[in-house]
Design a protein around this ligand. Structure first.
Ligand code: NAG
Ligand code: NAG
Ligand code: NAG
Ligand code: NAG
Length: 250
């Protein structure tokens, strides 16, 4: 009798202990997965995609939790996977790994139409913005110059027009800039000479003309410069040979 009672007590307390361990482990792993996208970024992304008549790829979710699926991978091959388009990438290491910010946005060759929307400003953690090969039209807005973390800005093969805003010169982190094959007008803003980290500049068939600004002498990191099929005038500046010492493709 006492033995049976003891056995019963023992097994039920083992059971209780097991239950406690499992529930603790569960709550820990649930906590570990609790990282959520900044709600203002979720709203901005939904608004942008609505304006562009765009849905998320099957590899991630637009509503609810955009920082899901492929968007959580830091691997470039996952991000660049052809099935992952449009694509975002997130950094969920904020506030002790509970808050995600959207750091990359790619809408590539999807025949999308519309303008560059102001809601992009609500994605202030963007380091990568690639919108090439669509039918985006209107101006390249000056507010793009406020996305101060951008390292890559690629908007080639669209129908953008008007001037290149001088505010692009504020994007001091840019290492890659491509605004080729558009219908811009006017001249290169001298402020682009502030982009001292720029390694690649592609402005083929962009619509601009006039002189290459003397400030471009400061762009000493340039390795690739493509500038064909434009109305650029005057002579090729001496600084191309003297100061763009890392150039491998012109
Ligand atoms: C997207 O959300 C749905 C519903 O919450 C979920 O079933 C699905 O697995 C999610 N997809 C990805 C790629 O995270
Ligand atoms: C961050 O998470 C760790 C591990 O879960 C915890 O020990 C620490 O107190 C947390 N810090 C803050 C500021 O919440
Ligand atoms: C390009 O812009 C000019 C005005 O700057 C306009 O006259 C022309 O029609 C545009 N071309 C195309 C192909 O949109
Ligand atoms: C460009 O190179 C010339 C000759 O080496 C040098 O005198 C000048 O300071 C350089 N300019 C810039 C902006 O680096």
């Amino acid at each position: 009798m006492t033995l049976r009672l003891m056995k019963l007590l023992l097994s039920s307390s083992t059971c209780l202990l097991f239950f406690l361990v499992v529930s603790f482990w569960c709550s820990q792993s649930i906590n570990a997965q609790k990282a959520a996208t900044d709600p203002s970024e979720v709203r901005a992304l939904n608004s942008i995609f609505q304006q562009w008549d765009t849905q998320a790829a099957d590899t991630w979710n637009i509503s609810g939790e955009p920082c899901s699926g492929f968007a959580l991978s830091q691997s470039d091959s996952v991000f660049e996977d052809p099935s992952n388009n449009p694509a975002i990438r997130c950094d969920c290491s904020f506030r002790n790994n509970t808050l995600c910010h959207i750091t990359s946005l790619r809408v590539y060759a999807l025949d999308k139409r519309g303008v560059i929307p102001e809601e992009l400003l609500d994605l202030p953690y963007l380091t990568f913005l690639k919108l090439d090969r669509n039918f985006f039209s209107g101006r390249l807005p000056a507010f793009v110059g406020k996305l101060s973390r951008l390292g890559l800005l690629s908007i080639s093969h669209n129908d953008l027009s008007g001037p290149i805003p001088k505010e692009l010169g504020n994007l001091k982190e840019l290492y890659y800039l491509n605004f080729g094959v558009n219908n811009f007008s006017g001249t290169l803003p001298p402020e682009l000479g502030n982009l001292v980290k720029l390694g690649e500049l592609n402005m083929n068939s962009c619509g601009l003309g006039g002189k290459i600004p003397s400030t471009f002498a400061n762009l000493v990191e340039l390795r690739t410069v493509w500038a064909s099929d434009n109305a650029f005038t005057s002579k090729i500046p001496d600084f191309v040979g003297n100061n763009w010492t890392k150039l491998t493709s012109l």
